[in-house]
Design a protein around this ligand. Structure first.
Ligand SMILES: Cc1cc2nc3c(=O)[nH]c(=O)nc-3n(C[C@H](O)[C@H](O)[C@H](O)COP(=O)(O)OP(=O)(O)OC[C@H]3O[C@@H](n4cnc5c(N)ncnc54)[C@H](O)[C@@H]3O)c2cc1C
Length: 547
């Protein structure tokens, strides 16, 4: 643990209090300026040490606490961070929460430490241990740069916030690992877990289980099952579990949903400087965990049924799980881009959504982004920082109808982003990986074939709710009808067996609710998804009370 304060008396006092409680297990390093603290961190890094907690005073000459934490994060991104402030600096401390993702701020003085200091540090240590830096060194992935299965595993680990080290199968260390695991290059990707267990060409579920992500429920019966781990599902998990419901969230891929892919969410309340989707997801996951919500990953829900008072979800492997109530929070996902070459090159230069794992590989290359909504705009602004050129391919004849004004303004101010409206992709070319794309205009007249190494597709988000067929009423595109939308001409939906109207977020099946993007006529935003998740829980309490 490192603590930095320019006031020698305060610095001594913090170190003394930390030593008293944590001295047995942790080394406490004390510094009297940001520069000195950074030197200490560099030395720890070189010695191969790890840092659990950074505790910095806000008001320091030359380099203030926020500036220090920002640079400290570059060296030890997993160290948990806290800022020491005087009462007058509370505003600055709150800002720091957004700027450098500070976990806590502590008001001086912190006496008695048992009440004001140790609970905070205990929480920081618990968070550090669970998301630990240890794993950075340990989980290894060996694969090929342009292999779709290798990309899938990397993307899966990254989106589930599991740190890993990547080795090309043709690099010396990659070859050594393959040899040690006794497999050849045909078995890639190879995943080697923290405890040295090799998994050749594993499924996402096998990787999840091996790296410690939960995949199996602890109970047979829950108060609440949430299907989908995007903002709506995570919001529901936090509110459900914190209000005493036995809650399990089931996610098919990686928690965070669409928002987890966002490079910077700028319009979510409370984050004036924006927040990355990964950061928001990590915070939400910790918050849900704090209240004991169970989170299962790699579990695909493929069916829903009603058995008396129980609502039963069926998983892809045929097993089932029951609860008093269910929230469907499965959001939307992108429609496939139908053009020759696209399917063959998916994962090898063509990606759906924003593949942050590819950012470095885009350095100096030509990138195409397909789509005209905010998600595409954000991706253009993200990848232009790495790529030589970014071309935004938009089918509509302007961006104004589909993208927020602030994004259009930002895009216009960036030199290496070109916007091509009234344009579509008609073919993707390449053997081993994407090499070029062909474009046409709205009359399908060929325009050009241009070099491209990466293409990110953001078109036609659809709900994919076929698994609710003949159980839950949906609109023609598959979005789930809820509440007032179910009452046609004042009539309740077919099969409705209660002497009340469906609650606002309740589907055509009593006790089954929908929240977020999957809901018909919902606002497709992070804030509304989180809000609906929370609201659904309140309505579930009402539903349970009347049972
Ligand atoms: C790149 C990008 C940037 C964006 N930026 C912004 C922004 O800046 N501001 C803003 O307000 N909004 C933004 N949005 C929109 C916002 O992210 C969505 O409105 C929000 O994520 C919707 O949340 P949700 O929980 O309803 O659904 P989703 O985020 O779509 O999450 C649904 C989850 O359910 C899982 N799932 C689906 N089916 C199943 C199943 N059968 N079984 C188990 N799990 C399942 C999915 O894997 C997914 O994780 C952005 C979207 C994208 C793609």
């Amino acid at each position: 643990m490192l603590t930095v304060d320019d006031d020698p008396a305060v610095s001594r006092a913090v170190a003394r209090d930390l030593r008293r409680r944590y001295g047995q297990d942790y080394q406490i390093v004390r510094a009297s300026s940001g520069t000195e603290a950074l030197d200490a961190l560099r030395e720890i890094k070189l010695r191969g040490g790890r840092v659990a907690v950074l505790l910095a005073d806000y008001r320091m000459p030359q380099m203030n606490g926020i500036e220090f934490l920002e640079q400290g994060m570059d060296l030890f991104p997993h160290a948990r961070r806290a800022l020491l402030t005087a009462y007058a600096d509370t505003d600055a401390a709150i800002q720091a929460i957004n700027l450098v993702d500070v976990d806590h701020y502590l008001l001086k003085p912190w006496d008695p430490p048992e009440e004001k200091l140790y609970p905070v540090v205990d929480e920081l240590l618990a968070a550090w241990r669970s998301a630990g830096e240890r794993e950075v060194e340990d989980v290894k992935v060996v694969g090929h740069r342009w292999s779709a299965p290798s990309y899938k595993i990397r993307d899966f680990l990254a989106r589930n916030l599991v740190p890993y080290r990547w080795f090309g199968a043709d690099e010396p260390e990659g070859r050594r690992l393959l040899e040690a695991a006794g497999v050849g290059p045909e078995s890639i990707p190879l995943v080697v877990t923290a405890d040295g267990q090799p998994l050749a060409a594993p499924t996402a579920a096998e990787v999840a289980a091996a790296v410690g992500l939960s995949t199996a429920p602890v109970r047979d019966f829950y108060d609440l099952i949430i299907v989908g781990g995007g903002p709506a599902g995570l919001g529901a998990a936090v509110y459900g579990a914190s209000e005493g419901l036995h809650t399990v969230l089931v996610e098919r891929r990686a928690i965070g949903g669409q928002a987890g892919q966002s490079s910077r969410i700028e319009n979510y309340l409370g984050f004036p400087d924006g927040v990355s989707g990964a950061q928001l997801t990590e915070r939400a996951r910790r918050q849900a965990g704090k209240f004991d919500a169970e989170v299962l990953t790699t579990r695909d829900v493929v069916g829903l049924s009603v058995r008396g008072g129980a609502r039963v979800v069926r998983f892809g492997d045929g097993t089932e799980l029951s609860a008093h109530a269910v929230i469907i929070a499965t959001g939307v996902s992108y429609r496939p881009l139908v053009a020759p070459g696209v399917t063959e090159l998916t994962g090898r230069g063509v990606y759906y959504g924003s593949a942050a794992t590819e950012a470095m590989a885009c350095a100096g290359t030509d990138v195409f982004i397909v789509g005209g909504a905010n998600s595409a705009g954000q991706a253009a602004l993200f990848f232009c920082r790495y790529a030589r050129s970014v071309t935004l391919v938009v089918r509509g004849d302007s961006l104004e109808r589909s993208m927020s004004y602030y994004l259009i303004q930002q895009i216009a101010s960036v030199d290496n982003i070109q916007v091509r409206t009234g344009t579509e992709v008609i073919e993707a070319h390449g053997d081993e990986h994407l090499e070029a794309v062909s474009l046409c205009d709205s009359k399908r007249t060929a325009l050009a074939t241009l070099p491209a190494e990466h293409m990110f597709v953001f078109i036609g988000a659809e709900p994919h709710t076929e698994w609710l067929d003949s159980v839950v009423a949906r609109d023609p595109r598959g979005f789930v009808y809820t509440g007032p939308d179910l009452l046609s001409g004042g009539q309740r939906p077919a099969g409705w067996d209660r002497d009340r109207d469906p609650y606002y977020l309740e589907s055509s099946v009593p006790g089954v609710f929908a929240a977020g993007d999957v809901r018909a006529n919902s606002v497709k935003r992070v804030a509304s998804a989180v809000g609906e998740g929370a609201m659904a829980v309140t309505l579930i309490h009402r539903y349970l009370e009347a049972q």
